[in-house]
Structure formats: C-alpha cells, structure tokens
Ligand binder design. Structure first.
Ligand code: GLN
Length: 538
C-alpha cells in the first residue's frame, strides 16, 4: 500500500490542541475513504508516561495491546474510531533505549553512535513500525512539544530527513501555531507565528499548511500577511478558532478546507467526504438544554486532563440522553469527615470514583462509596474506585474492621484487595502492571449484562491489585456480587450490590473504549441511572 506521511508540529506555545487538530484531520481524511492511523512522538526521556504523576502529564491512555501512552491517543481513537497500539506512541526515552540496546548487542559494528544518523534513523524506524503493525493510506505523526525546544530537535531532524526516504511529494508538514488576540487594541497578532515558522525553516522544514489557533476568526488580510511572511499559499492558512464543543473541530477545519488542501498537496485522488453522521451528532449536541450533575471524587481534580477519557465517556453517555454532563469536581481529601461528605454529595445525581494510586485521599473515597450505598445514589467505581467499593462494603456491611487493600495497609487483618502472586515478584514499576485488554465473562441477570447485552466483553486494564478471592464468598453472601469474571484466573472484574438501583465497580477502564457516537454501555447506563435518581430524589 502506498502511504502518505503528514507531520504535525507545534509553535509559539504548548497546549494548543495539536492532538485535536491531528485527530480531526484524521477523521476528515477517513470520512473521504482513506485508511488513517495517527501516532505521537514525545520528546521526554521516560520510556512511556506510565510512571509519571498525572499532575505532570495528565491521563495515561491504555491501548488494547497494553501500551501506556499519551492522552492524545485517546483523542485519536475517539475521533478516528480506530483502536491504536503501543506502536502509535514513542518517546525519546524509548528511542534512545532502542539505540543503546542495539549498541550493546553490537549491531552497529564499531560505529560511534550519534544523534545523526543513529537516533534519527531509529525515529524514522518508529514511524515505519507503526505502519507495519497496521498499514494505512495516510499516517499522521504528531511531534510533541514546541518548535524551539531542545528536546524535540532530533525528532524534527528525523522528519526533515523523512522526505528523502518517502519522496517529497508524499510528505506534508503542518505547523499549528497561536495567533494571540490583544483585547486592548482589538487586534490579532501574527508575529509569533512568523517567528515560529522561521525557527522551523532554520531546521530545514518548510511547512505546507499552517493551522492558526485563535480566539476570534482570522480576516483574509491577516491570512494574506501570514501567507506572505511564511511563503505559503493563502488557502493553506487554516483558521482554527475556539469552539464550544470539542467535536466541532473537524467540521470547522473542513469549512476552512484543511482536508481538501491536504489531499491536493499530497496528490491524493479526490474522494467525496461523508461527515453526515458526525454533523448529526454535533447538531444533536448543540440542541441539548438540560444538565445532570455528576460528582467525580478523585485526587487529581485540579488537573482535569488527569481524567479526560472519563469526562469524555460521561459526555458520550450524556449525548445519548440529550443531557449536558455537569461535573462537580471533588477532591477526595475533602470528604474525610462523613458529615461534611454528605453535604458535599447531596446535590449530585451520580458519583464516580476513578482510578488512582497511593493512599492519599482514600478515606474520602470510601466515604463517597458509603454515601452512594446508603442513599441509593448511582455509584460508578473504576479500578481504584471498584477497590474502594469493596473495602467500604467489607468494613461497613460485612463488619471486617480495618479491611483494606494491601496497597494502603500491608498489615491489615482483612486484605480484601491484594496482589496476585505473580505481582509479588515484580520489582520494576514501569510497564509491569496488568495491562491491556482481557476478556470478561458477564453473569446474566445483572446490570452489567443488561448494559452490554453480551456474555463476553473485552476491556482494558491498568492495575496491580485485585479483589482477594478469599473474601468473595463473604461479600457475595452480604450482597456484593461479582457479575463479571476473568475466567482464566477466576478474577472478579465487576461487582454490583444487590438491591441498589445502580452500584457498579469495575476493575478495568471502560472509559478508554467509549466513542462520541457510541457511548460505552456502562457509561450510558450510569447516566440513565443518574437521570432516574434525579427524578426520584426531587
Ligand atoms: N492502585 C490500584 C492498583 O494498582 C488501582 C489502579 C488504578 O486505579 N488504575 O491496583
């Protein structure tokens, strides 16, 4: 299959939404009948983001094959509706590790190992590796960081060289920049864009298209100015003005002609676009008037990116029921006093406790579970949120005083959540959790079965600890039932509480598989339960 290569770089500042631009372009090209894959090259030295604090990096997105990857892969999957793999995300750390491993094996036959050509060759191989795992007509490669950073230089050099490998006509460079709006004078300023393009050109990359992020629309005059200074046709200056809804971005970029220009410049045979499904979704989202309030009780609530897939999956459920999801962010440390916890949770229609690590804030999460259980409030516990549900139930319903996860209390009398024997042998922290997709068998006559409508489902995991089977019978007899099981190892993957309107704890991360037009069944059911609760509690 002949492949075209699109490289996306960023200028002026970080957090410009390069990932959303890449994902949107992917969607647009897919809607024209091309097969598309997207990858991210990150300049940091960690092998992957798996060991990073969410405050540093936001969410770690888990792929089907167990890759711990950048959160932009979540955007890619949600926009292009394709499952990606660990080969869609490489970091400098991974690149250097590969090079050094090869050096130790003697693969370089006595060479002095240098950034050029050894590291840049390895980077180019990473691009090719992604295609080997899944061939595509078009691969979009997003380079993390901002042009001008020291760290990203080897990546930029590698993509500069790439046009020689692939043929200039098969390669497209897109630069995403920021055009600031000065309120005092009411003007948009193009100088930072000019400088950033100059910087890129000094490395030998002439962008073919510029996407300008801006608060207000760019006039034709301004586009003409950027066109003149940056040596790019005016039609290839694409305006990406701020939008209210994330999923509007592809349609806006299409209006600006992004996909047509990309096809034209890549000499791709013209194909008609079908974005009708996507348009219907946006129309439906825009017509939403009512809201439903969901409390997310977590530790990283100050950085919303830490829970981005969860927020998106909730939104997807909301789109289905034509409800806006209003999120009440609750720092679990604020819930440690139960009376105060009751007050804080009194105005939400559903409580979600997401995944997490470490003991800080655990008692607040356990209080949130107790509130949900005692008040028939819908509860959705994901990974750590499921483990907290088990701990709460063991303590307050089964009467196991001090029951805990051995992650938080190694000497508890009742380790209701514990390590699997094979995890006890693990010393390295990076990439050693139970990761990726596993089958889960669903018990009939359960809310989970009603949601999925299937006996076997596949969900993605990222954890070390599990529900301890020594307590399963006791929990079950008291009303907490394992309604989903990984049969091969007899591990409880889903727990529900009998008699509660909607109480669901899942050891996996369903949020990673939700799509805007296809909400994950459990998120959809959770939103429905929250709507019911709102109706009955009013
Ligand atoms: N810390 C828990 C574990 O390792 C939960 C992990 C998570 O929520 N992703 O099992």
């Amino acid at each position: 299959m002949e492949t075209r290569y699109i490289f996306i770089t960023g200028g002026v500042l970080s957090s410009l939404g390069k990932g959303i631009c890449a994902a949107s372009l992917g969607r647009l090209l897919k809607s024209r009948g091309f097969s598309v894959t997207i990858q991210k090259l990150d300049p940091y030295i960690n092998i992957d983001p798996g060991t990073m604090n969410p405050f540093q990096h936001g969410e770690v997105f888990v792929t089907e094959d167990g890759g711990e990857t950048d959160l932009d892969l979540g955007h890619y999957e949600r926009f292009i509706d394709e499952n990606l793999s660990k080969y869609n995300n490489f970091t400098s750390g991974k690149v250097y590790k590969n090079v050094i491993d090869k050096e130790r094996r003697g693969n370089f036959l006595g060479d002095t190992i240098q950034v050029i050509p050894h590291v840049t060759d390895e980077i180019k191989d990473c691009i090719k590796k992604t295609l080997q795992t899944k061939p595509a007509n078009i691969i979009i490669t997003e380079i993390g960081g901002t042009v001008g950073d020291i760290e990203s230089l080897p990546f930029l050099e590698a993509i500069r060289q790439f046009k020689k490998d692939a043929g200039r006509e098969n390669v497209l460079y897109i630069h995403v920049t920021y055009v600031p709006y000065l309120k005092t004078t009411g003007e948009l300023k193009t100088k930072p864009t000019q400088h950033s393009v100059k910087e890129l050109r000094s490395i030998g990359i002439q962008p073919d298209i510029i996407i300008c992020r801006s608060e207000v629309p760019l006039s034709d005059d301004l586009k003409a100015k950027i066109s003149l200074f940056c040596d790019i046709e005016q039609e290839a200056i694409v305006d990406a003005v701020d939008v209210k809804h994330l999923y509007e971005v592809p349609l806006n970029l299409q209006k600006e002609g992004l996909d047509s220009i990309a096809m034209y410049k890549l000499n791709l045979k013209y194909k008609v676009s079908d974005m009708s499904g996507w348009k219907n979704l946006i129309d439906s989202i825009k017509s939403i008037k009512e809201s439903i309030k969901i409390g997310i009780v977590g530790k990283y609530t100050n950085l919303k990116d830490s829970y981005i897939s969860i927020v998106e999956a909730l939104n997807h459920g909301g789109y289905f029921y034509k409800k806006n999801i209003e999120i009440k962010w609750i720092n679990s440390e604020e819930l440690e006093d139960y009376e105060h916890c009751k007050k804080i949770l009194s105005d939400v229609s559903g409580i979600l406790v997401p995944g997490g690590f470490g003991i800080r804030g655990i008692n607040g999460k356990i209080n949130a579970v107790r509130f949900a259980r005692e008040n028939n409030c819908p509860y959705f516990g994901i990974c750590l949120g499921m483990q907290c549900a088990v701990i709460e139930f063991a303590r307050n319903v089964c009467g196991l005083k001090g029951a805990n996860s051995s992650e938080f209390d190694a000497s508890t009398d009742y380790p209701v959540i514990d390590l699997l024997p094979e995890q006890k042998k693990v010393d390295d922290k990076g990439g050693t959790m139970r990761l990726g997709s596993y089958p889960c068998t669903i018990l009939e006559n359960s809310a989970a079965f009603e949601a999925y409508g299937e006996k076997t489902v596949y969900e993605r995991h990222r954890h070390r600890y599990e529900l301890n089977n020594n307590y399963r019978k006791l929990l079950n007899e008291a009303g907490m039932v394992a309604t989903g099981v990984f049969e091969e190892k007899d591990l409880a993957e889903i727990v529900e509480i009998k008699g509660h309107p909607w109480f669901m704890g899942v050891q996996f991360h369903p949020e990673f598989k939700s799509r805007p037009d296809r909400p994950h069944p459990l998120f959809k059911q959770f939103v429905a339960a929250a709507l019911n609760y709102k109706k009955t509690s009013n």
